[in-house]
Design a protein around this ligand. Structure first.
Ligand code: PLP
Length: 949
């Protein structure tokens, strides 16, 4: 009989997280000529960087245990009714959206829709999002989400600077903008060299203004006519930016009808839980003249080769990877899943529903205003949902907290923001907490104050597109969501071997706590004694991450990898400034770096100097030495990715770090590839000073179809005093400004990474990295005979990903990496990363979570595609006539009466035996990108277009 210790299944999760079984691992190791995972690690990693100790992540626990333990932590949070406002509001997530979107891996495990043909579902919902934003704000175009309202305002500032006629350098912010927005914008402005001035926007503007930002309604609730401000700022050649509340826009004249040039804001209150600060989708809408400079992704309408309407990410030439060091924005991962939730909320409620919800919120606020007046208080005169008044704040707070209610307090000033969750009974509690008297809410209904001035009442229609009128029943909505989900390829279908993206398992256990109210329903500015559960989770997670990375302190504020880069460079600059070395502003970046690296450096006012890479893809040490010497005086930082973006562990990385330190610089190690380091190496031990971690890669947060993410940074002790802080909640004790709107970024998805680490424990984490190496090297070994592996490191091995070179094939017969990517769809796969970091290549990252059977299926597909290419090379088929150029094939292709291709229908859509059992159908044929950019449309097309009528 087995002893109990063998029956407790403590390490079962590790086996579930890993794709290949122990026996399969042994076979794969044999294929590579090694006998164990440890031998593979030893012979692949440079000796100088190997970490052979044990991480402090514990032993790993069962899924049931992990959830029970975390529930106890969660219950230390107190879920109050929070009427604090400041851009975060209670909301009801319609259950049909909660279960079928937020809690559904069909939606949350997809990647950014780079492969449009297999992403039509989320592209359609993101287009809906843009339409919602355009309609509610009254603007002609919108992007498909930004990280939060604070950074959206900062993006708007730089957009205004690029577009405005004014040559001035002053950015003016109304004194009633949310404080966290002011904090983020000030941080951003400093290194662009803009002067931020705050004041009364109805007074004279200061000299030299290029942009004005106002909050609508203001942070204390006031509603102001925007038109006079628009006139004033336009008269000096500047732009008016309005940070608007989307729910208010259902009732008030939208900013677009009052002369706004850019409108930003958060779509949180459209059905997305507050989550202690995030994740939520922010938005940026603007006038057409600004379109080509707009930051973030924009979904556009195009057509496929059959002429069918097809959606895609438009104008990608604007993306940060193209503008690199000339960039004014570094946004990459955004908030796609949350944008989709907000859009679904608008689809489900429609214009009538939104008007009713907004009307109820306003009516309840009007009743409260009357109750306060009756009690001798003087609340705001104009308002949508927020009242501010002077009173005995201490007494009010005591009564409110006794009832489990939070308001906003500043001295004796109290602000109350109502939301869609507020019932008449809640309002009675609110009124009683404030006035100390019982209030009959229903009796006051007829005396409700109207807070919207006559001239600001909305008269224009919105959400008139049929999509916002069609899916009103729950069945209708369920089926619409499912129909869109079925058009998208996600991890529920098969592997998504995108290099640099780490599309690993996002386990169900890890996802469950995200929607627990103890994590989801907290306001980011709730008092600390209500958020002790979060404090415990943050402290433990930070300690684990510090140990895993070899750093001394962690900041949880950045909401994405790119934000982490920005935060890390900010910390470096602040560090130098503290030493009087303001002049250090040169940032060395290898040519192969991800586009966000130079973009982040440019945003920090740094001079980007590109370092060459050698023929093996490594940093050219001679060039690095020459550049470091040349710029020694002003050297601020080197940004490297490790393992490199070429997918190899560079041997001399320690020498590289030493060299930079000798010249007085700091090393920023981009942690996007941490999945090849956890448990086997540590950036802090390698010699780096700061890194971001993409928790949405290595630490199991799902990618959400383009976000959310989390990009915390780790730093060495000397940089810790400069970590980002936050105006509302002191999170670091430093003088550095905020980089995100919320103190801990998108806090409510941190339980995912927390559980990932807790479930695997030290041993499982190390093993995950080792199996990631094994899977990548197995693929490289199997494909090497058919496609050249572009870069290899020690022992002829790759790290956790490998690049195959398609350029020789293109030269030989005209078949491109894009053709292979599209043809893979016919075989039921998502393509690897195309043309990054080397044009004309495919970068494959299988991760540790892919089973051997799935790897073999992929390898078979790639080898069969290679044989298809060979037929073209051998002249048996012209490239244009081959299935490669016509891929992907759709049901429309197969159903066509005429079939005049040089290959059979079966070859087209059932190219291997695997499709016989189950077939994934791309929704559209190859999308015409050029047409879409030439005929740019980012609003919902007529419904008939989708059905090709
Ligand atoms: C190497 C590298 N650095 C930085 C980033 C930026 O991360 P994020 O998309 O989270 O902003 C990425 C994202 O793909 C990346 O691959």
């Amino acid at each position: 009989m087995k002893p109990l210790s063998d029956l407790l299944q403590t390490h079962d999760f590790t086996a579930r997280h890993l794709g290949p079984s122990e026996a399969e691992q042994a076979d794969m190791l044999a294929e590579l000529g090694v006998s164990s995972l440890d031998e593979l690690t030893e012979t692949t990693l440079p000796e100088a960087i190997q970490f052979r100790g044990e991480l402090k992540a514990g032993e790993g626990v069962t899924e049931a245990q992990a959830l029970a333990d975390l529930k106890r932590v969660a219950q230390k949070n107190k879920v109050f009714r929070s009427y604090i406002g400041m851009g975060y509001h209670g909301t009801h997530t319609p259950p049909v959206i909660l279960r079928n979107m937020l809690e559904n891996p069909g939606w949350y495990t997809a990647y950014t829709p780079y492969q449009a043909e297999i992403s039509q579902g989320r592209l359609e919902m993101l287009l809906n999002f843009q339409q919602v934003v355009m309609d509610l704000t009254g603007m002609p175009i919108s992007n498909a989400s930004l990280l939060d309202e604070g950074t959206a305002a900062a993006e708007a500032m730089t957009l205004a600077k690029r577009q405005a006629k004014s040559k001035g350098n002053v950015f003016f912010m109304a004194d009633d903008v949310h404080p966290q927005t002011l904090d983020v914008v000030k941080t951003r402005a400093e290194y662009f060299g803009f002067e931020v001035v705050t004041g009364d926007p109805t007074a004279e503007l200061p000299e030299g203004v290029f942009g004005v930002l106002v909050q609508y309604p203001g942070t204390y609730g006031d509603l102001r006519d925007l038109s006079p401000m628009a006139e004033k700022v336009h008269a000096v050649g500047g732009a008016l930016i309005v940070a608007a509340d989307l729910l208010a826009c259902a009732l008030v004249t939208p900013p677009g009808e009052q002369g706004a040039d850019i409108v930003v804001g958060s779509a949180q209150r459209l059905g997305v839980p507050m989550g202690f600060g995030g994740p939520h989708a922010a938005f940026l809408a603007c006038q057409e003249a600004y379109q080509r400079s707009m930051p973030g992704r924009v979904i556009g309408v195009s057509k496929d080769v059959r002429g069918k309407t097809a959606l895609r990410m438009a104008m990608q030439t604007r993306e940060q990877h193209i503008r690199r060091e000339k960039a004014t924005s570094n946004i990459c991962t955004a908030q796609a899943l949350l944008a989709n939730m907000a859009a679904a909320y608008a689809v489900y409620h429609g214009a009538d529903g939104l008007r009713t919800i907004a009307g109820r919120v306003h009516r309840l606020t009007g009743i409260l205003a009357r109750a306060l007046q009756n009690a001798g208080l003087t609340p705001s005169v104009t308002f949508f949902d927020t009242l501010t008044f002077e009173g005995d704040a201490a007494a009010i707070r005591q009564r409110a907290e006794a009832k489990g209610i939070n308001f906003r307090y500043e001295g004796n000033q109290v602000s109350v923001s109502l939301d869609e969750t507020v019932t008449p009974a809640d309002l009675a509690d609110v009124a009683e907490a404030i006035t100390g008297q019982t209030v009959d809410v229903l009796a006051l209904d007829t005396q409700a104050v109207d807070g919207i001035p006559e001239g600001l009442k909305r008269t224009s229609e919105y959400l008139t597109h049929p999509v916002f009128q069609t899916h009103r029943s729950e069945h209708g909505m369920l089926r619409y969501l499912k129909m869109l989900e079925n058009r998208d390829y996600s991890l529920v279908h098969g592997m998504i071997p995108l290099g640099s993206c780490t599309m690993k398992l996002n386990s169900t256990t890890e996802m469950i706590p995200v929607t627990w109210p103890e994590f989801g329903a907290l306001h980011p500015f709730a008092p600390a004694d209500q958020t002790e559960g979060y404090a415990e989770l943050l402290a433990e997670l930070e300690a684990w991450l510090a140990d895993i990375t070899g750093y001394d302190a962690i900041s949880m504020q950045p909401n994405s990898g790119a934000q982490g880069e920005y935060a890390g460079l900010l910390v470096i600059r602040k560090y130098f400034e503290s030493r009087g070395e303001h002049h250090r502003n040169v940032c060395l970046i290898p040519a192969s770096a991800h586009g966000t690296n130079p973009a982040s450096a440019a945003m920090m006012g740094m001079q980007v100097v590109v370092v060459k890479t050698d023929a093996n893809g490594n940093i050219d040490f001679d060039d690095l030495t020459a550049q470091a010497e040349k710029h020694s005086e002003n050297l601020a930082a080197l940004m490297i990715t490790y393992p490199s973006t070429h997918g190899v562990y560079e041997e001399n990385v320690r020498d590289v770090c030493d060299l930079i330190h000798q010249h007085g610089g700091q090393v920023y190690l981009d942690g996007a590839n941490m999945n090849a380091q956890v448990g086997v190496a540590k950036p802090g031990l390698i010699g780096s000073d700061v890194s971001h971690l993409n928790l949405h890669k290595t630490f199991a947060i799902p990618h959400g179809g383009g976000g959310p993410g989390m990009g915390p940074i780790g730093v060495k002790a000397h940089l810790a005093p400069f970590l980002p802080n936050h105006v509302v909640r002191d999170v670091s004790g430093s003088q550095t400004g905020a980089v995100s709107a919320a103190p801990y970024g998108s806090a409510s998805i941190l339980p995912i990474s927390y559980l990932y680490i807790k479930l695997l424990g030290a041993h499982g984490l190390r093993k995950a990295t080792q199996v990631a190496l094994l899977n990548a090297n197995y693929i490289a070994s199997k494909l090497a005979g058919a496609y050249p592996i572009l870069y290899k490191g020690k022992s002829n091995r790759v790290a956790h990903e490998c690049i195959i070179d398609i350029r020789p094939l293109k030269q030989a017969c005209g078949v491109t990496e894009e053709d292979i990517a599209k043809r893979l769809m016919d075989y039921g796969f998502h393509a690897p990363t195309m043309s990054f970091p080397v044009p004309g290549t495919l970068m494959i990252e299988p991760t540790e979570s892919e089973p051997k059977a799935e790897l073999d299926r992929f390898i078979d597909a790639m080898l069969q595609i290679r044989r298809e290419i060979q037929e073209v090379q051998d002249g048996l088929l012209k490239a244009e006539e081959s299935p490669l150029k016509h891929a992907p094939h759709t049901q429309d292709d197969l159903m066509a009466d005429e079939w005049n291709r040089a290959y059979s229908r079966e070859t087209a859509a059932y190219p291997s035996k695997h499709q016989k059992g189950w077939k994934y159908w791309p929704a559209v044929n190859r999308v015409d990108n050029v047409y879409g950019d030439r005929n740019f449309v980012c609003s919902c097309p007529p419904v008939e277009d989708y059905i090709g009528a």
